[in-house]
Design a protein around this ligand. Structure first.
Ligand SMILES: Cc1cc2nc3c(=O)[nH]c(=O)nc-3n(C[C@H](O)[C@H](O)[C@H](O)COP(=O)(O)OP(=O)(O)OC[C@H]3O[C@@H](n4cnc5c(N)ncnc54)[C@H](O)[C@@H]3O)c2cc1C
Length: 375
């Protein structure tokens, strides 16, 4: 059987599994990269439902609970979930960021310890990278982990840590050497959130939800087995994680964009020429992104372009949806949630300005912008 026939068969199988799960009420509605606390129970039971039936981590090795298929099969799974408006995984932080990092850089013990429980939903993960003074300039992070015998002593603060109030483990970047150049003194940890000295404080967003948190560390004793990759080698581990995060805006994002635009067009009442022009512009950009993803979706160089186009489209689409709906959208209506949520997507996972810098410097070969502090 050819590769494309195998993928077509898999697509049919996935579509059937998903439609039956939607029919039986087992599937959880789609919610994006971060698990909204209000959907916690539903999303946890959907993840377990998928795991028990061989539909969690289709491209992960069988020995770790996956199905041993290819990354292309995983793309198909995401596309079919997007078509059915169903969540493809519990959260991005666990099934994509932590999971793929452990697959790439974990020891056999770490793979054994974390991968199957992550697929099965015994472990929910959060991402502990950003700090009050280190977001775009991530290498400037100051949380410190000082080696003391067989453990590290962790102190400092993280912020915007999505799902941290629900998580059992976090992927953490902390500085383990203050003497080395800033990119070279960072280590990557798999942090047990139940350790003494960790305090999690949810932050209330303008949507009214609390999806992300501040996390404080006071003399937390972190065992040395928690290091993922090499001591002071955390920057390379984290850069691959950020590439996965940017790449998350794949073909499935385009499918859900197309569905939202179709819904918007179906619900259109009176539109003026200006709104029609804006709508046509968004549709055109959506189609351009779709064909880019179809042609070069797997190319890591495309990831910052897809991330930029996807976040900006989501923002402009929410603004247009609101202007079409009128004043009601400022209160509570179908478009209020996206109006309030979409600005955050231009910041999460690296801001749009930073994506533009990456595209300019790494893809177009433009001169690097002046850096404020030594590398
Ligand atoms: C919804 C959401 C979820 C998030 N979840 C997580 C999470 O789970 N874990 C985590 O660790 N972090 C998370 N973040 C944090 C996110 O990664 C950071 O907010 C982001 O990297 C920007 O960093 P900052 O907020 O410190 O802004 P800053 O870096 O201070 O930037 C402020 C402004 O300056 C601009 N800017 C900064 N540097 C440059 C430059 N060199 N050139 C041009 N413009 C520049 C930025 O684009 C931005 O507009 C989340 C953020 C959001 C909004």
């Amino acid at each position: 059987m050819s590769n494309s026939q195998a993928l077509d068969e898999f697509r049919d199988e996935a579509a059937l599994f998903i439609s039956q799960a939607v029919g039986s009420g087992d599937a959880c509605p789609a919610y994006g990269a971060i698990l909204p606390p209000g959907l916690y129970e539903k999303a946890m039971s959907w993840q377990r439902f998928c795991f028990d039936r061989g539909w969690a981590g289709v491209h992960w090795p069988r020995e770790h609970g996956g199905r041993g298929l290819t990354p292309e099969h995983n793309v198909v799974w995401h596309e079919e979930c997007a078509t059915a408006e169903v969540a493809p995984y519990l959260n991005l932080q666990g099934l994509v960021l932590a999971g793929e990092a452990i697959l790439r850089s974990g020891t056999p013990e770490q793979r054994e310890r974390f991968l199957r429980p992550t697929l099965r939903n015994d472990i929910l993960w959060c991402q502990l990278f950003s700090e009050p003074g280190a977001g775009s300039d991530l290498a400037g992070l100051q949380a410190s982990a000082v080696l003391d015998g067989d453990h590290f002593v962790l102190n400092g603060q993280k912020v915007w840590s999505s799902n941290a109030q629900l998580a059992q483990f976090g992927i953490l970047m902390a500085r383990t050497d203050f003497e080395l150049p800033k990119h070279k003194g960072i280590t990557f940890f798999l942090l047990d959130m139940a350790l003494d000295g960790i305090e999690v404080r949810p932050i209330k967003q303008m949507t009214g939800d609390s999806e992300f948190c501040e996390v404080f560390f006071s003399d937390v004793e972190v065992p040395s087995e928690a290091v993922l990759g090499d001591l002071n080698g955390g920057w390379a581990v984290a850069m691959a994680v950020l590439e996965d995060e940017r790449g998350g805006a794949g073909a499935s994002g385009v499918i859900s964009l197309r569905r939202r635009l179709e819904k918007m067009i179906r619900g259109l009442g009176e539109v003026n020429a200006l709104q029609l022009d804006e709508l046509a512009g968004i549709l055109n950009r959506g189609r351009a992104l779709q064909s880019l993803m179809e042609r070069k979706g797997g190319d890591p160089q495309v990831a910052p372009i897809a991330k930029l186009m996807n976040s900006e489209l989501g923002y402009d689409e929410a603004q247009l949806g609101s202007s079409l709906e009128g004043a009601q959208s400022m209160l509570t209506s179908a478009s209020t949630e996206s109006l309030l949520y979409s600005p955050g997507m231009r910041i999460a996972g690296g801001s749009s300005e930073i994506q533009r810098n990456i595209i300019g410097e790494r893809l177009l070969g433009l001169p690097r912008e002046p850096r404020g502090s030594p590398e």
